[in-house]
Design a protein around this ligand. Structure first.
Ligand SMILES: *Cc1c(COP(=O)(O)O)cnc(C)c1O
Length: 401
């Protein structure tokens, strides 16, 4: 059986995790801070805060920005529930918009969705392919959008427009016009969940790239506290002899990364560009070579000269199939011992979002993309022979035209 996306665990990672366990310090400490520094260099942003998941990072930022009841947050209909649920947790109203053929949020649709109540836009780099950030940033900075914006609280006043918070759960290592993901929006959140390109089992990172007059270093310090109960000292500081007294400035959250988790990232990130991404790219290229001239398939766009994917998900589509035909094709692939997947079931098809009144008919491109999509296995340890097995299984599963 060929699995879909097992984590990349080798002796080096095991040894570094064991070293963290033996070090006497297992929660947030030197390894987490070292990983943050590596991410700052990697992404070219002023500050990065590591957290225990992308979901908690996304929510922490919405709460930091003061988003609550009466506010609207714009999200694509084509994403994972995490991108949207965080706005619901804050009490905001979700505004869902349709995507383009490339799976990414439509900037035109964002423009149409912005109202006086819009406080944040959440573009999602589906499959690792960056959204059109220049167009999105130009839109939110336009006079028209600024004029509509009705700030509540000091941070919203300082920004003077909706916050652009990139859900980059898939796109660590992606490029857009010579810049890395992480540096393309006001704030970007990566995921290091077990199925992602780089994993710390569970984990995430918040990249701060806030414009003037924000002080990213001060915001980073604030978020360190806000992600740790709002407490004046972290556990490491309190271990200093006699340094026991603490205060709690506000009722904060609890979503810090542990050093055991950071140990995995400390091994993986330094070899990510040299080893991990090139292997993923080879697998993408093998799939593209196999399917590009076969009329039964539509290959995904992942490099258009201006931007490049992080090679997270190979989102193949059947040229003409409805949802149940696609499901049948997947079943025939499974029967040949190959795990495939669908990224994603659109939010309006899920009970929680149906109950909020969202209807699939309102997002035709999202539905069309979803109904024909099959994600193929891509991971570092997938061998060339296995790639050929996947290709053969997919070809055999789709009727000749
Ligand atoms: C995985 C994922 C998340 C959530 O990541 P966690 O680290 O598991 O919280 C958010 N958005 C998208 C698009 C994802 O695929």
């Amino acid at each position: 059986m060929i699995p879909f996306s097992p984590p990349h665990i080798d002796e080096k990672i095991i040894n570094e995790v064991v070293a963290a366990l033996k070090s006497g310090w297992i929660t947030t400490g030197p390894r987490t801070k070292a990983l943050e520094k590596l991410l700052v260099e990697y992404c070219g942003v002023p500050n990065v805060l590591c957290v225990n998941s992308a979901s908690s990072g996304l929510e922490l930022i919405l709460r930091w920005f003061g988003i609550g009841p009466g506010d609207e947050v714009v999200v694509p209909a084509y994403t994972y529930t995490a991108s949207a649920e965080v706005a619901v947790h804050c009490g905001a109203r979700l505004v869902m918009v349709d995507v383009n053929d490339d799976f990414l949020i439509s900037v035109d649709n964002i423009r149409k969705a912005i109202t006086e109540k819009t406080k944040a836009i959440v573009p999602v780099d589906i499959a690792g392919y960056p959204c059109d950030y220049d167009a999105i940033m130009d839109l939110v900075k336009s006079d028209e959008v600024r004029a509509k914006f009705q700030p509540r609280g000091e941070r919203q006043q300082q920004l003077g427009r909706p916050l652009v918070m990139s859900d980059a759960a898939h796109s660590l290592g992606g490029w857009y016009k010579g810049r890395r993901t992480g540096s393309l929006a006001d704030v970007t959140v990566f995921s290091f969940h077990a199925v992602k390109n780089l994993t710390t089992a569970e984990g995430g990172a918040i990249c701060l790239n806030l414009p003037e007059p924000f002080d990213c270093a001060a915001t980073y310090k604030y978020l360190c506290t806000f992600s740790l109960h709002g407490q004046s000292k972290d556990a490491l500081a309190k271990t200093q002899l006699g340094n026991w007294r603490y205060d709690v400035y506000e009722t904060g959250y609890k979503c810090n990364m542990t050093d055991v988790a950071a140990a995995m990232g400390l091994v993986e990130l330094p070899r990510y560009d040299a080893e991990i991404l090139p292997r993923r790219k080879q697998i993408f290229e093998a799939y593209t070579a196999a399917f590009k001239d076969d009329g039964r398939f539509q290959i995904p766009e992942y490099d258009n000269g201006e931007k490049t994917t992080s090679y997270h998900v190979y989102a193949l589509r059947l040229t003409d199939a409805n949802e149940s035909e696609r499901d049948a094709v997947m079943q025939r692939i499974f029967e040949q011992g190959v795990s495939v997947n669908v990224h994603f079931i659109p939010l309006p098809l899920l009970t929680a979002y149906k109950n909020m009144g969202f209807r699939m008919e309102d997002y035709p491109t999202t539905y069309d993309n979803y109904s024909r999509e099959i994600s193929l296995p891509v991971y570092y340890d997938l061998t060339d022979d296995q790639v050929q097995e996947v290709i053969a299984a997919v070809r055999a599963a789709v009727p000749e035209r």
